[in-house]
Design a protein around this ligand. Structure first.
Ligand code: UN1
Length: 508
């Protein structure tokens, strides 16, 4: 049996799979066929029959119907289901991590890391299931009590991207589940098989607990499933990960019907390296952030600001390190960089480099497609005298723009001058520089790190960014609040009816 076949078998995947599920797969599937392509070879892995309108409707109505019961299950009991999901993911960590690598192209260690991120998220949500707190306020009126409570919201639509095909689902689904919501997941059309594998795991867990319709999936084109989902009045919240362009569309569609959205859109993440930085540390962090996942994380490092006194030295070391990046099959040991996701991504890489040349950038290493089957490119470093239009865009590829600066003020100003605001970092051993970077006049991003790269955030913090990154927050901290509705309650246990603000309204 081939390695690929073993991965598919371990996860219950067939050569052709139905694409819609509420606990049981909806068959016979009637939508259009989608072929999942292995980016390492350009060859098909397996097929999915996508959800058509009828399958979407069945999934959505089941999710909506089951919400009314699920919301009445005590949150810590809902937490037990998520605990079980985490344990089941532990069992399947190896094949699921490998499937992520196979279908999306990130290296095995990162594929496994992504499943670990799901497990961490489940653990976090289990704890949270006993901590969905609301505060109590002091009422201004005698014998009155005020407090805040949180109610489940409804069906949450999760639209995820190819680059974190399973972890970002878990950020949303684990929180939504303990909050008493049901989810309908529309995964990226580039990574349908990982979604089916995850749904199979969810099905086992739901069945064990006598549940259905809590975790649901509808695989289908954006034009069918995506559009239906974002415009569906049964969906009070859409969590969308993807481009700023699509995010704007999703946000408008939701806003039009007073639905809410959590948007995790484009980033243009940067690291500032001060002259007093530990350069060994900085170099390793730059390498992982810029080349890891072949530059296809929202948090990938795209811009590097080097102090002029160290710039040439750092660039020379980076060029040397880029030369030793092992490129190849992401499932093989010792490989650091796999392919891009598809031919379109290669075109984006090539177009961006074309613009670099037009706009006066200097490619110091890389810049070409790698001559082998699949969608491989060379990790690339571009030196710029100042920012150019293309360095203000997000290109989902391993292209690193290097700029030089003289003062930290200048570096922070240029750092903040792009439309996106996801992740940022400074490398320094000066307390002043670190604090300056983290201050109100420092980084304008949702994530700001000191002596840590831009990517690879832990789930415990709230993840997301500002400006054109969309303002959403997911995963840790109090991100759960987006998945519930807040209710302010005032209780009068007196025999009077005093009005707030001292207003009197009495009939004589
Ligand atoms: C993404 O790229 O959409 O911080 C998410 C990171 C990961 C999540 C990235 N934990 O790089």
């Amino acid at each position: 049996m081939s390695n690929v076949q073993k991965i598919l078998d371990d996860l219950g995947l067939k050569a052709t799979n139905p694409g819609a599920c509420t606990g049981e797969w909806i068959t016979p599937a009637a939508g259009r066929e989608l072929v999942s392509i292995n980016p390492t070879t350009g060859e098909p892995i397996a097929k999915v029959i996508q959800a058509d309108e009828a399958a979407y409707e069945k999934v959505m109505q089941t999710a909506a119907d089951n919400f009314t019961e699920w919301r009445m299950v005590p949150a810590p009991v809902r937490g037990e289901v998520v605990r079980d999901l985490g344990n089941e993911l532990r069992k399947f960590k190896d094949p699921l991590g490998r499937l992520v690598s196979l279908e999306m192209g990130k290296i095995k260690s990162e594929g496994l890391g992504e499943v670990q991120e799901m497990i961490d998220m489940c653990d976090f949500a289990v704890g949270l299931s006993r901590q969905l707190y609301g505060p109590t306020m002091m009422s201004e009126r005698p014998r009155h009590r005020m407090y805040e409570q949180w109610h489940p919201l409804g069906v949450v639509g999760v639209i995820s991207a190819f680059n974190f095909p399973v972890a970002v689902w878990a950020w949303n689904a684990a929180l939504a589940a303990v909050c008493g919501d049901t989810t309908v997941w529309k995964p990226s059309s580039s990574t349908p098989l990982t979604a089916i594998a995850v749904q199979n795991i969810c099905n086992t867990v739901m069945k064990r607990h006598g549940l259905t319709g809590i975790f649901n999936v509808a695989i289908g084109p954006g034009s069918v499933v995506g559009e239906r989902l974002i415009n569906d009045p049964r969906v009070p919240l859409i969590s969308f990960t993807g481009s700023t362009k699509m995010g704007r569309h999703v946000s408008e569609a939701c806003a039009k019907r007073f639905g809410r959205s959590i948007l995790e859109l484009g980033g243009n993440n940067a690291i500032i390296v001060e002259p007093d930085a530990n350069l060994d540390l900085a170099l390793r962090a730059i390498l992982f952030a810029a080349v890891g996942t072949a530059g296809q994380r929202c948090t990938s490092l795209r811009r590097l600001f080097l102090h002029s006194s160290i710039a040439d030295d750092v660039v020379a070391k980076l060029v040397k390190a880029y030369g030793s990046i092992t490129i190849g099959n992401p499932l093989d040991d010792g490989i650091l960089m796999g392919p891009l996701v598809n031919e379109g991504a290669i075109k984006d890489y090539e177009n961006a480099l074309e613009k670099v040349r037009e706009q006066g950038g200097e490619i110091v290493t890389g810049g070409h497609r790698v001559d082998r089957p699949g969608y491989y490119v060379e990790p690339t470093i571009v030196r710029l005298k100042s920012q150019i239009p293309i360095s203000c865009d997000e290109t989902f590829a391993p292209i690193l723009y290097v700029l030089t600066y003289d003062t930290l003020d200048e570096a922070v100003r240029t750092h903040n001058s792009v439309p996106q605001g996801l992740s940022s970092a400074i490398f320094t051993s000066s307390m002043y520089s670190a604090e300056r970077f983290l201050s109100h006049e420092g980084s304008d991003c949702g994530i700001a790190n000191v002596n840590i790269g831009t990517s690879g955030a832990e789930i415990g913090g709230a993840f997301g960014g500002e400006k054109e990154t969309g303002g959403g927050r997911e995963a840790g901290s109090d991100s759960w609040k987006a998945y519930m509705r807040r209710q302010t309650c005032t209780i009068n246990w007196s025999t009077e009816l005093p009005l707030a603000q001292g207003v009197s309204f009495d009939i004589d």
